[in-house]
Design a binder for this molecule. Structure first.
Ligand SMILES: Cc1cc2nc3c(=O)[nH]c(=O)nc-3n(C[C@H](O)[C@H](O)[C@H](O)COP(=O)(O)O)c2cc1C
Length: 331
């Protein structure tokens, strides 16, 4: 599938985040933006090929367009994983070349692969041969001492030649030793100018900028320089901050602007499907904590929701009650 069939969704995307961007959070974000691209958490190719495929890959149809992010460094395993992702109906397959965690380094994938562009190229090429979907890469601007613009450009050129259709660039380097993943998301400085230069010098490539984007106006600023913006923590911590993304970044006003109550109410049909399939309501409710913020009574509302949704037999009526409480307050 050519990238254009994603309908330009990468103009704004919600970043892959382990333990956060699970299927439930993605359905939540869909109540807020219909147009943007949502990423899964990283799924390790090895675990997928040898593990419980349905648990790792199943998602709700309402999540489209949704990109499956894979972790790995073995072209053959990644090709098999890409094939599975394609069968499951994902819209894009993305390779993680940005995670610096110790566990991932032990597997010789994630950010450490930035030192091995040829290996990444082999992976992308194998994934592309196995799947008709767009195959994309998420990476850093560099690792350790390999942080010059020339090295970044050489990495991108090598991987682009193998068929990568988009580059999502976390605009800070990673230190593989000495910093943990959390520190690697804050301590190395953001260098947006390198990503801008990349787009300037390779205008034919689709370049998405990630890192430190906190609001819509900073995204609009960046979109003057690159093709897309990707937001991670600020999307999870403040989902409703992005309520006007469709209108303002995609020029699409076909849906009403979401509010806290429409988000919670919008989740009810999904919660019904999830609970009737044997799932716990809490798996969805845990993501709702940040939907009400900055108003008096928010703590009460969260606590009541937490208690009610935490019960073993909690069902979607809990969300109906929670939505009603918000509606009564005009939220
Ligand atoms: C809790 C958490 C988990 C993350 N997991 C992943 C992951 O699975 N794959 C990945 O490529 N990046 C992961 N990241 C990095 C984000 O995708 C993103 O690149 C980073 O947070 C910078 O963007 P931000 O400043 O908008 O949050 C994670 C970040 C956080 C905070």
């Amino acid at each position: 599938m050519p990238d254009s069939l994603l309908n330009g969704a990468y103009r704004f995307s919600v970043a892959p985040m382990m333990d956060y961007t699970d299927r439930h959070f993605r359905v939540l974000m869909r109540q807020i933006t219909r147009r943007s691209l949502l990423y899964t958490e990283m799924v390790v190719a090895h675990a997928l090929v040898h593990g419980h495929v349905d648990r790792l890959l199943a998602f709700d149809p309402s999540e489209h367009p949704v990109a499956l992010q894979l972790g790995g460094a073995d072209p053959e395993l990644l090709a098999r994983a890409a094939r599975l992702g394609t069968e499951y109906g994902y819209d894009e397959i993305n390779l993680n070349v940005g995670c610096p965690s110790e566990k991932v380094q032990k597997g010789r994938f994630g950010a450490c692969l930035m030192a091995e562009p040829e290996q990444v190229a082999r992976c992308i090429s194998a994934m592309g041969a196995a799947s008709p979907l767009p195959v994309t890469v998420k990476h850093r601007i560099g690792i350790d001492e390999r942080d010059s613009y020339a090295e970044l450009l050489a990495f991108v050129d090598t991987v682009a030649a193998a068929g990568a259709q988009r580059f999502s660039v976390h605009a800070r380097k990673a230190w593989l030793e000495g910093l943990d993943p959390k520190q690697n998301r804050t301590i190395p400085p953001l260098r947006y100018e390198l990503v801008h230069q990349l787009k300037q010098e390779r205008p034919q490539l689709t370049i998405e900028l990630n890192g430190g984007l906190l609001d819509l106006s900073s995204c609009e600023d960046q979109l003057q320089h690159v093709d897309g913006v990707m937001v991670g923590r600020a999307a999870y911590d403040h989902p409703l901050r992005w309520a006007t993304v469709d209108r303002d970044l995609f020029a699409d006003s076909s849906q009403p602007i979401a509010s806290a109550s429409t988000v919670v109410r919008g989740l009810i049909p999904y919660a019904e499907r999830w609970v009737s399939g044997g799932g716990r309501l809490w798996a969805i409710a845990r993501h709702l904590v940040q939907v009400v913020e900055g108003v008096s009574g928010a703590r009460h509302w969260r606590r009541d929701l937490g208690v009610a949704a935490g019960a073993r037999d909690a069902g979607p009526e809990v969300f109906a009650r929670a939505a009603q409480q918000l509606e009564e307050r005009g939220l």
